[in-house]
Design a binder for this molecule. Structure first.
Ligand code: NAP
Ligand code: ZN
Length: 375
């Protein structure tokens, strides 16, 4: 059954389908796994034992070392965008060690370091799959969690000790990089790398990064690596020094009208990484003529855009969703060459709820990463 990230049947029918499929597959050999799951949208995460499929000929099994905590995990656990599949084991910023490979696996050997990002399967043959945009697969990508796998089982993510995935959806990770800082590259990294590459952002461009969280700090790092002049736009004035320490050339407190007026009409690109409701019209005014506002954040409420904000200066508003398989590997290789990783706060999985609360307050520098040894 195909599922796209943004088109879901109603929750009741979904749960029935899940139960039916699990019952009909009772004779299958499964691998026991343990992790943290939420049992419904109101519940906190708690320890949970579950089963995943045995390693098939094209699969690898990964012992998960670290998993980043993406704001998307919280949106999905809370049914912010659509009804989810519960129990839900979140996590799509996974890095670990390959412990078992299927007979036909070519890319990995046991002992290799591997990463898994937002998706674990697609049709492989549609226009998008054959053009490097597997995340937009016309049959609907199978997402790493909160999705229905082609094996008929719900998918479970990286807040767990292990995952089995087709080798095409696992990425090679250089052992020269600190693995804890690699996890967030698999979502926050590719989601910001991809649009900056698409628009050839680099030397001579003024790039503004709106919202200095997990995605935002990776956008700063890539913007700097590509040679752009980088400004952080933040509603947290306390982040000024931290932003400059990251290497940003300028910092603007978006709650200070004076500072906002100073940068009016000055940016070629704004990459918008904000997770909550905000007024795009305000930020469109900060773009130069022909400037582009790149939406990567996913607030629950739709944006309201005045046509005047767009036509005055030929502005564009565009979106971007994660990245394709080849581009994700390219991004990881770029990070290995330039020694780029996320700045992380390592946490014990028992402290995940406190981490969510701090993330919602914007109080994280810049990504919580779960150490799965603590499971
Ligand atoms: P995050 O670490 O929580 O960062 C979000 C940042 O938004 C905060 O640090 C804060 O930055 C700013 N912010 C929060 N509330 C705000 C408010 N009320 N007004 C203005 N600014 C506010 O989240 P993340 O993990 O980076 O994810 C950001 C968004 O991207 C989420 O909605 C997530 O679901 C989405 N996402 C999209 C994709 C995709 O494929 N497009 C992939 C991954 C994630 P300041 O304190 O600096 O203002
Ligand atoms: Zn994510």
């Amino acid at each position: 059954m195909a599922r796209s990230g943004y088109f879901f049947p109603d929750k009741t029918s979904e749960i029935c389908i899940v139960n039916l499929i699990i019952q009909s597959k009772e004779s299958e050999v499964m691998i026991p796994a343990k992790g943290y799951a939420s049992q419904n949208p109101e519940a906190d995460l708690a320890p949970w034992n579950f089963q995943i499929r045995e390693v098939g000929p094209h699969d690898v099994q990964i012992r998960i070392m670290y998993c980043g905590v993406c704001h998307t995990d919280l949106h999905q656990m809370k049914n912010d965008w659509f009804p989810g599949i519960f129990p839900m084991v979140p996590g799509h910023e996974i890095v670990g060690e390959v412990v078992k490979t299927g007979g036909h696996v070519k890319k990995f050997q046991p002992g290799d370091r591997a990463g898994v990002g937002t998706m674990v399967d697609t049709c492989g043959s549609c226009h998008d799959c054959t053009n490097g945009h597997e995340q937009f697969c016309s049959e609907g990508a199978v997402w790493t969690y909160n999705s229905m796998g082609k094996d008929g089982h719900p998918t479970y993510g990286g807040y767990a000790n292990t995952i089995v995935v087709n080798e095409n959806f696992a990425f090679q990770v250089s052992k020269t990089l600190d693995p804890a800082g690699v996890g967030p590259l698999l979502c926050a990294g590719i989601t910001t790398y991809s649009p900056l590459r698409r628009f050839n952002v680099g030397k001579g461009h003024r790039l503004a990064v709106l919202g200095l969280g997990g995605l935002g700090h990776m956008a700063v790092k890539f913007g700097l690596a590509f040679g752009a002049d980088v400004t952080v736009l933040s509603n947290s004035p306390v982040k000024r020094q931290a932003a400059l320490d990251l290497g940003a050339h300028h910092f603007v407190d978006t709650s200070d009208t004076g500072q906002m007026v100073e940068v009016k009409g000055s940016f070629d690109f704004i990459i918008d990484c904000v997770s909550a409701k905000h007024d795009l019209n305000l930020y469109l005014g900060l773009l130069r003529t022909n400037g582009v506002h790149i939406c990567v954040g996913l607030p629950v409420e739709p944006y309201e855009i005045s046509p005047f904000s767009l036509l005055s200066g030929n502005k564009s508003v565009v979106g971007t969703g994660a990245g394709g398989l080849q581009e994700t590997q390219e991004m990881l290789d770029f990070c290995a060459t330039h020694q780029i990783t996320a700045d992380v706060e390592l946490i014990d999985i028992k402290n995940i709820q406190a981490a969510f609360e701090r993330m919602v307050r914007g109080d994280v520098r810049y990504r919580f990463v779960i150490d799965l040894n603590s499971l």
